[in-house]
Write a new protein. Structure first.
Length: 332
């Protein structure tokens, strides 16, 4: 039985990955998570005790990290401060976790010779024009815009340096925007769904022309497992499912699927430095490692996600008022 250490496993994508691993492999999973405002222990409820363990702690705690690396066969690193809007308000935690935290894991991987997979984002590449025929590839130069994406870019570069300088056994993946269950209500899709459930009008930043390349969290999980099993050490793989949509069309679809007038939303203050468009070319992952996305019907995936938020109001309701108060203070 392979022993996996998953950092940030109580967050959105990490918890989806843990459920995926328990369902599709024989691996044992230990989650290391600080349970920040974004971590929710309930996202890991119901997992079998003989396959799963939870450790509350900080990835920047070198002594704790060292003790967990002793036991692990491989580490999948999801833990991060992940929200662009928060990074515009208070960048410091992004430096502490995304940079110093990743450095701490790399030093432990170096000491113990542990296989490490680093989870990153397409935002490290900056943004594209709406009519640009090119999409991001593994060769696109880094050009991050926000404090969040610059710290993720920095963490990727640390991984590359530790591979080259110290022979650390690491791979990197950069994925596009995820949707699915267990996503915090601060993020775009859950915010609008839970707004409609609460009788609040959805909030679209600026004109809503910005494009995101949506992928279901399940497809992200299957891609990460593929890279963990078959990826070449030192390589970067882009993960995407050809899901480009502008924000306006996503808000309208949420409203329609929830039985509301598709125009019943408000335009609010735009995000500072708002990236215009992300688009992923995942040819390398598909041709070299044989991965394919399974969730190709965005409307069906979004409808299932809406059902999940309707059925799990207890999971998100405690966070909702605070998130809306924060946005309201910024005119969003
Ligand atoms: P999230 O904010 O939902 O979860 C982050 C988790 O990390 C939380 O459980 C939190 O408690 C934990 N954490 C934060 N700081 C920590 C620390 N110092 N020590 C230990 N645990 C800590 O984030 P997410 O959306 O699930 O993103 C997970 C990873 O995927 C991040 O690295 C992010 O950059 C990357 N990513 C996200 C997306 C997306 O669409 N959400 C897309 C591509 C890549
Ligand atoms: O209320 C909103 N209204 C709105 O129009 C919110 C919260 C967002 N938006 C817009 C901003 C973006 O164009 O929706 C789009 C998506 O916003 P977020 O959910 O904040 O995601 P984004 O900034 O694109 O970043 C996400 O994908 C890449 C994740 O949060 C990152 O962690 C990941 O790296």
């Amino acid at each position: 039985m392979r022993k996996l250490l998953v950092t940030g496993g109580a967050g959105f994508i990490g918890s989806n990955f843990v459920h995926h691993v328990i369902e599709h492999t024989d691996d044992h999973v230990t989650v290391l998570d600080k349970l920040t405002y974004a971590g929710n222990r309930a996202s890991l409820d119901g997992l079998p005790g003989d396959r799963f363990a939870f450790v509350e702690g900080d990835i920047a705690d070198a002594i704790l990290v060292d003790s967990l690396f002793v036991e692990a066969d491989a580490v999948v690193h999801y833990a991060a401060e992940s929200h662009n809007d928060n990074s515009l308000n208070d960048p410091r935690p992004f430096l502490d976790t995304n940079i110093v935290g990743t450095y701490t894991l790399l030093e432990a991987a170096r000491k113990h010779g542990t296989r490490l997979h680093h989870i990153s984002t397409d935002e490290v590449y900056g943004d594209l024009e709406l009519d640009d025929p090119e999409r991001f590839t593994e060769n696109t130069p880094y050009n991050p815009s926000s404090p969040y994406s610059s710290t993720k870019a920095g963490s990727d570069l640390l991984v590359r340096a530790w591979v080259r300088s110290f022979g650390v056994q690491a791979t990197i993946s950069n994925c596009s925007n995820n949707y699915g269950p267990y996503q915090h209500v601060e993020k775009f899709i859950p915010r609008q769904i839970t707004n409609v459930i609460r009788g609040i009008r959805p909030r679209l930043y600026g004109k809503g022309e910005n494009v995101r390349d949506w992928i279901h969290a399940e497809d992200h999980s299957s891609a990460v497992l593929t890279i963990l099993d078959k990826g070449v050490i030192g390589e970067t793989y882009l993960i995407g499912a050809d899901g480009e949509k502008n924000n306006k069309s996503v808000v309208e679809l949420i409203l329609e699927l929830m039985g509301q007038d598709a125009e019943a939303y408000d335009h609010v203050t735009d995000r500072a430095g708002h990236d215009l468009r992300y688009a992923i070319d995942s040819t390398k992952l598909r041709t070299e490692l044989g991965w394919e996305p399974q969730y190709r019907d965005f409307d069906a995936g979004l409808a299932a996600t809406i059902d999940w938020y309707r059925a799990n109001e207890l999971w998100w309701s405690a966070d909702k008022d605070g998130v809306e108060a924060f946005y309201a203070s910024k005119g969003q």
